[in-house]
Design a protein around this ligand. Sequence first.
Ligand SMILES: N[C@@H](CCC(=O)N[C@@H](CS)C(=O)NCC(=O)O)C(=O)O
Length: 221
Amino acid sequence: MTSIELITDPWLPCPQRVHLAIHELGIDINIREFTLKEKEHKSAEFLKMNPFGALPCLKDSSFDPPLVLYESRAIVRYLALQYGPGRLMPTPSDVRATALFEQAASIELTSFDPVANRLVFEECFKPRFFAEGDDSVDTTLVASLRSRLLVVLDILDQILGNQSYMAGEDYSVVDLFYVPYMHHLTTSVWPSVFENRPHLKSWWGKMKLRPSYLEITRSSY
Ligand SMILES: N[C@@H](CCC(=O)N[C@@H](CS)C(=O)NCC(=O)O)C(=O)O
């Protein structure tokens, strides 16, 4: 019996990072699904686990007391270190590879996510789930986010012109971190976004073929 429980909504981008990792690492895990509409993620019981009241959240009872973790990227890194050492992340003793890995992870977190996340919310999630149709879209904000995103994508295209994956020659959790928002960008928000970005396009072609991608997008918004 598995000691790990994931509290999740597998339709949402942040939890999807963890689902990708679970699939890639082949981990046996108990899934406890919350639906945002029911506001279970704002209950007093859940806020004790994640004071930010957001998904995903993981509990690993192989520790005493159990390890409770929130923040999708931290959960993914923990799972890779604990349940798939040597896979998806460089070994910590390889200082050079770890330095380059950390640089790539930082680019995703600080340059890509704040822009892509906000753009997907504004153009995809907000009109569908939080407001009345396309009228609610802030077009000035969208224009500014789109031009900021292009700058980041051009740099990623340049980086991928010299290496196969985001953190170097090996597929890693950093590639996986990009997947949920790239999925929404390329399937609904901005399907032509990889035009004239051949290296990024070829990287995304590889991402889309991974069984983990097919698995999470079977149940994606
Ligand atoms: N930085 C956090 C963000 C978590 C987050 O915002 N999760 C969203 C789903 S993608 C959520 O639960 N939103 C509901 C809410 O904040 O009320 C992570 O990566 O885990």
